[in-house]
Design a protein around this ligand. Structure first.
Ligand SMILES: [Ca+2]
Length: 305
């Protein structure tokens, strides 16, 4: 016999008598019809075997008894599998925000669980196996923002003269500098693939950046009445974000504009384009004389859909 279909059909047990009974595969089982069918199928087999062999009635009864046992166990296994599969499907459909049932983003959790409180939840933006899921802060008050913090060394870069560095160069080129890194709540860097998926699943992003200054402008310069000293940033796609080309950067507070004494300038990035976030680098131009200093604090980035 050739060309027998790989997916077994329910007529198999009848065609092949007793030996075929246990070959029904779970993949073809119709759960709602199983219980009744199992009995019918065994009886069909019995009748087939029994015809013309009237002398072996006792043997046939034994066969019936023996064959019922494994069939019953099979059914238990099938129902256990179905029950467990149902749990898994429910888990996929309704993520709980746990390690075993992560959501793709906090937005998704917010849709499924509008009563959840702001806090830490597991997400797995690239889906599939959840072993690479990670925990983030979900801001449900803001309708399901997924937030990542920068690595602690970028959360507070202390005020310094940076006398060996050249004004206008990227912080990542400084001797002690580096591109910004973003982490999960445990401080582990978020994998680039997960970050890219998170960006794809999001429509908007917002982030803050605080410039700490001493006699140095970070955005507006009130002496020249211009933005010649404004900070420049590098987006995560490599694009340069400046005062001129990035209207979505707005100062919440601009204490550094007077270039007198110590103060700070807080910039908010609020964009309808999640692609360029989080920001990865900064270039400062207004330093170099002995009385000037700067530092900065990279803020949390939050994605939303
Ligand atoms: Ca995954």
């Amino acid at each position: 016999m050739q060309g027998h279909p790989a997916v077994s059909t329910r007529s198999l047990p009848v065609q092949e008598g007793g030996t075929g009974r246990r070959r029904r595969s779970h993949s073809t089982v119709d759960g709602a019809r199983l219980e009744g069918d199992s009995v019918t199928l065994v009886r069909d087999g019995e009748e087939g075997q029994g015809e013309g062999e009237g002398a072996n009635e006792e043997e046939n009864e034994d066969a019936l008894f023996l064959s019922d046992q494994p069939a019953g166990q099979d059914m238990e296994e099938v129902f256990a599998s179905l029950s467990s599969m149902r749990g898994e499907v429910e888990g996929l459909r309704t993520p709980m925000g746990t390690f075993d049932s992560p959501a793709r983003t906090c937005k998704e959790l917010w849709f499924c669980h509008p009563s959840y409180k702001d806090g830490e939840y597991w997400i797995d933006p690239n889906q599939g196996c959840h072993r690479d899921a990670f925990k983030v802060f979900c801001n449900f008050t803001a309708e399901g923002e997924t937030c990542l913090d920068p690595d602690s060394k970028f959360q507070s870069v202390k005020l310094a003269a940076w006398s060996k560095e050249k004004p206008g160069t990227w912080y990542s080129q400084f001797k002690k500098g580096a591109k910004f890194v973003y982490t999960d709540v445990s401080g582990q860097p978020v994998h680039i693939v997960q970050l890219n998926f998170l960006k794809l699943l999001s429509a908007t992003a917002r982030q803050t950046f605080t410039y700490l200054c001493q006699n140095s402008a970070g955005w507006y310069d009130s002496a020249t009445r211009g933005y010649g000293h404004a900070l420049r940033f590098r987006g995560s796609g490599g694009e340069e974000l400046t005062h001129e080309n990035s209207l979505f950067i707005q100062p919440l507070h601009d204490g550094c504009q007077s270039r007198v004494g110590q103060d700070k300038t807080v910039l908010e990035f609020d964009s309808g384009d999640s692609e360029m976030f989080p920001i990865m680098d900064v270039a400062v131009s207004d330093f170099g004389n002995g009385k000037q200093k700067f530092g900065f604090e990279v803020g949390r980035v939050c994605f939303n859909g």
